[in-house]
Design a protein around this ligand. Structure first.
Ligand SMILES: [Zn+2]
Ligand SMILES: [Zn+2]
Length: 139
C-alpha cells in the first residue's frame, strides 16, 4: 500500500496530502528550478494528480502560470498568507502529475533522490552525490 504523506506551507494555512511512493525523485540544477526556488537546485518528484488533495486553505492558494525553458506551460502554486511554494500543477508536459518539492513534506523520510539532472548548471562548490548524473534532461 502506498504511504500516506502530508505537506504544508511555511505558515500552515495550506495543507495537502497524497498516497503515493515516488520513484522518480530528481535533484534538478536547471535555471528554472534555480530561479523559482532561489536555491542552487530543487529536489522534486511527481505524484498522480488523482491521489493529490489540498486538505486545508484551498482559498489561500494562488497559482502563477509560467512557460518553462522547454516551452511547456505549468502553474506554480503558492500560499497567499506566507508566500511559500506549495506544488506545481497543470503541466502541459506531464498532464497527469502534480509536482512537489521535498521540503514541503511534513515527513520526507524514505523519499530519496535517484539522480541529478542539468548538472551542467551545478555551481562549482556543490559536490555531486553518488547518483546517476545527467548533463540535461535524463532520456
Ligand atoms: Zn502559508
Ligand atoms: Zn529543474
Amino acid at each position: 500500500m502506498a504511504t500516506h504523506r502530508k505537506g504544508r506551507c511555511a505558515c500552515g494555512t495550506v495543507t495537502f496530502e497524497f498516497d503515493f511512493d515516488p520513484t522518480f525523485v530528481a535533484i534538478c540544477h536547471c535555471l528554472d528550478c534555480k530561479k523559482a526556488s532561489g536555491g542552487e537546485a530543487a529536489t522534486w518528484f511527481g505524484v498522480p494528480t488523482t491521489t493529490f488533495r489540498v486538505t486545508a486553505g484551498a482559498d489561500q492558494t494562488k497559482g502563477f502560470l509560467y512557460v518553462a525553458d522547454s516551452g511547456k506551460r505549468l502553474t506554480r502554486n503558492f500560499c497567499t498568507e506566507c508566500g511559500a511554494r506549495l506544488f506545481t500543477s497543470d503541466l502541459e508536459g506531464f498532464p497527469e502529475l502534480t509536482f512537489i518539492q521535498i521540503g514541503s513534506l511534513d515527513d520526507p523520510s524514505g523519499i530519496r533522490p535517484v539522480l541529478e539532472m542539468f548538472v551542467k548548471r551545478r555551481l562549482d562548490w556543490q559536490k555531486p552525490l553518488d547518483l546517476p548524473q545527467f548533463s540535461d534532461m535524463p532520456h
